[in-house]
Design a protein around this ligand. Structure first.
Ligand SMILES: [Mg+2]
Length: 393
């Protein structure tokens, strides 16, 4: 029993309307139907969820093959009315009789597995395991804990220095959130930001981040004479708020911060989900004075034609492409063109996750201007950052 759920399908309905969304679903249905055998059953059970029942499996590898075919089926864009849609799916699988002997049980467990697939980054397949039920409980507990976290001041911002690779001079700071959990200790954002997005709590948390980062920036300007930019990550859900611009302007006014000292980091998904809206909004932000950086560049699928229209002044090269430099062939063939691209488009390139001299040398030789990573400094809590800034002066 396989639960197939399309990732971020809502974006298509939101951006292009439901009738376009329905057309895309029909195309997805057709493509999936082309993959299954006569004995198998494929159904759409609601929204963007499909169920595939694979019967009479010949052997253990059979279902893996079918499921891989399903995922690969999404590698080719879906075309509706000359528009091309790139979709991915998350698949949860339960098997009879190991994971249940009733339909209810098999469905419930396939659903749990599907959520696990979403949790672990989407676009993948998860088989049900008993520990997953435990994970579901953990998730519920975390959800509950998160609700009190802002009021109880459990979030804290750490700041990671960004430097000019040639001169090693500080150019900016990226504000990174940490959760000081009362019993679990310090939790890194990748363990909870996804959940806060699903629960739409990211809007409140994101606003808190903007306020706190501005307050801290003011302090750094006054006490350490910090002249660089503060980079703040913003989620697509924040940008979709109609009052986003007014709210951020208000925050800047409150702390007497100039917009040209703030860099908003957005991810490619923001652009993909709604390019027209994003381009208009980002242009407004740029006109006010904000700098815009495209985060995790290379991990999404933003088209170069969209990129050309964006008022982006910086491309951030994801740590995953820096890890194997300078020897890893794959990372070399990815980072080199990203750097050339950014230079050609008059954008700055910033490599994330630089940890070794070798990585840095490679990046400098290939024209990358900026970097951040442990080689320069870890993300630091404000107090330690102030000490660090004082040692640099
Ligand atoms: Mg970032």
């Amino acid at each position: 029993m396989c639960f197939i759920d399309l990732d971020n399908f809502k974006n298509i309905n939101d951006s292009y309307g439901h009738s376009m969304g329905d057309q895309v679903l029909i195309e997805v249905g057709k493509r999936l139907f082309g993959l299954v055998r006569e004995d198998d059953t494929l159904a759409r059970i609601g929204g963007d969820e499909f169920v595939l029942v694979i019967e009479n499996m010949k052997n253990d590898t059979h279902h893996a093959e079918v499921l891989n075919d399903v995922l690969s089926a999404f590698e080719v864009p879906f075309i509706v009315e000359d528009k091309s849609f790139i979709l991915t799916a998350s698949i949860g699988v339960s098997c009879f009789p190991e994971h249940g002997t009733s339909i209810e049980e098999l469905c419930k467990h396939a659903d749990t597995a599907m959520y696990q697939a979403k949790e672990s980054g989407k676009n993948n397949i998860k088989f049900y395991s008993k520990s997953m039920s435990q994970d579901v409980i953990t998730r519920l507990v975390m959800e509950n804990d998160l609700k009190g976290a802002i009021q109880q001041a459990q979030f804290e911002l750490y700041y990671q220095p960004q430097v000019c690779l040639k001169t090693k001079k500080l150019t900016g700071l990226e504000a990174l959130i940490r959760w000081n959990h009362p019993t679990k200790g310090l939790i890194e954002p990748n363990a909870f930001i996804g959940l806060t997005e699903e629960l739409r709590m990211i809007i409140t948390i994101g606003n808190w981040v903007i306020g706190q980062a501005c307050q801290d920036l003011k302090r750094l300007q006054e006490t350490c004479n910090f002249q660089g930019k503060m980079a703040i990550n913003v989620s697509v859900l924040q940008l979709e708020q109609s009052h986003f611009i007014d709210a951020i302007k208000e925050t800047l006014a409150k702390y007497q911060i100039n917009a040209n000292k703030i860099e908003l980091e957005i991810t490619e998904s923001v652009v993909i989900s709604n390019p027209k809206y994003t381009i208009t909004l980002l242009n407004k932000l740029r006109d006010i004075g904000f700098a815009i950086a495209l985060d995790d560049f290379g991990t999404g699928y933003s088209s170069l034609s969209d990129l050309k229209q964006l008022p982006v002044s910086k491309l951030k090269i994801d740590k995953s492409f820096v890890d194997d430099l300078p020897d890893g062939e794959n990372d070399k063939v990815i980072t080199q063109p990203i750097i050339s691209l950014s230079n050609a488009m008059n954008m700055e390139a910033l490599a994330e996750g630089i940890e070794t001299q070798g990585q840095m040398d490679f990046l400098i030789q290939n024209g990358c201007g900026l970097g951040q990573g442990y080689l320069f400094s870890k993300p630091l809590p404000l107090k330690h950052l102030i000490d660090w800034l004082n040692t640099q002066a």
